[in-house]
Design a protein around this ligand. Structure first.
Ligand code: GLU
Length: 284
């Protein structure tokens, strides 16, 4: 792919109207203490509020409930599912409280949507979720989504918010999904093991070569998703007609850069084909 085609694809990101932004747990907390990094979250909120001010519909898919709940309770190791689920219940409200506080300072209203795989598998519940998103958009509200970890089972759950954010993208027909975490994007190999690994700025189509790169590419130190879940998300989002960008969350001002078409992170270009959300959900 030549440089001008890449530049064109990037420029088109300016015109995206419905954007899903996924934030990983490690992007929201201080590494040293596991507590919320408030100035950082405030920058995220300012950035997202500005996307709304530009007239775009925006959704945040935020991880962090379990991490925040665990830190609040001083639990260093999660031993059981019920402990994890209790931590999610504790952390989810703390997270929402902070989001709500910061967003209201920027004149925005937020809503919480907690999804489960079980409810997404049910046609009527899925339709209701979709209608709720649409209604929230028409009210100008910013939905903040997480998995409803408290009621999930080991067998039936999304398990990671990378995939969940792609499912949400497909559900609401968003045209851009942005995954922000401690992974800069796709490399030909793991750059921590091979300093010669090359960075891939754009993926036109996901094929076996790209899948092989993702397998050997960097994993995250925190949260659930590594490159494998990010690629799974890309497969869903691009098939559903959305572009997807993976980028570093170190400085959330990167959101501005992405949406104004700068060459940051890895862009996976939309490849819409006949796409049945249900089929993906059943296979997951
Ligand atoms: N739903 C989990 C939480 O909020 C996070 C899952 C993930 O990190 O992908 O803690």
């Amino acid at each position: 792919m030549n440089a001008s085609t890449i530049a064109d694809a990037r420029k088109q990101l300016k015109n995206k109207q419905r954007v899903v932004v996924k934030i990983g747990s490690s992007s929201l907390v201080h590494k040293s203490t596991g507590r919320l990094n408030l100035p950082k979250i405030e920058i995220l909120v300012r950035e997202v509020a500005d996307l709304r001010n530009q007239g775009k519909d925006v959704v945040i898919v935020s991880s962090g409930a379990i991490a925040v709940g665990r830190t609040a309770m001083g639990i260093s190791r999660l031993e059981s599912l019920k402990q994890k689920q209790a931590c999610a219940a504790i952390g989810q409200v703390s997270l929402m409280m902070i989001y709500q506080k910061f967003f209201s300072e920027y004149g925005q209203t937020t809503a919480q949507i907690l999804l489960t795989k079980q409810t997404m598998l049910d046609g009527e519940s899925r339709e209701n979720a979709r209608n709720t998103f649409e209604e929230l958009f028409s009210l100008g509200v910013i939905p903040i989504v997480n998995e409803n970890d408290t009621v999930e089972t080991y067998d039936i759950r999304f398990g990671d918010n990378d995939r969940l954010s792609a499912i949400v993208t497909a559900l609401i027909h968003a045209d851009l999904l942005i995954l922000l975490s401690d992974i800069r994007g796709l490399f030909t190999e793991d750059p921590r093991r091979n300093p010669e690994a090359a960075f891939i700025s754009e993926v036109d189509q996901i094929d076996d070569r790209i899948r092989a790169m993702a397998d050997s590419s960097a994993g995250s130190d925190f949260g659930t998703g590594g490159m494998a879940t990010k690629l799974a998300a890309a497969e869903i989002a691009t098939a559903a007609g959305a572009d997807m960008v993976i980028a570093l969350s170190e400085d959330f001002r990167i959101l501005h850069q992405i949406v104004s078409g700068e060459d940051v992170g890895t862009l996976f270009r939309a490849h819409p084909h006949e796409f049945f959300l249900m089929d993906y959900l059943e296979k997951m």
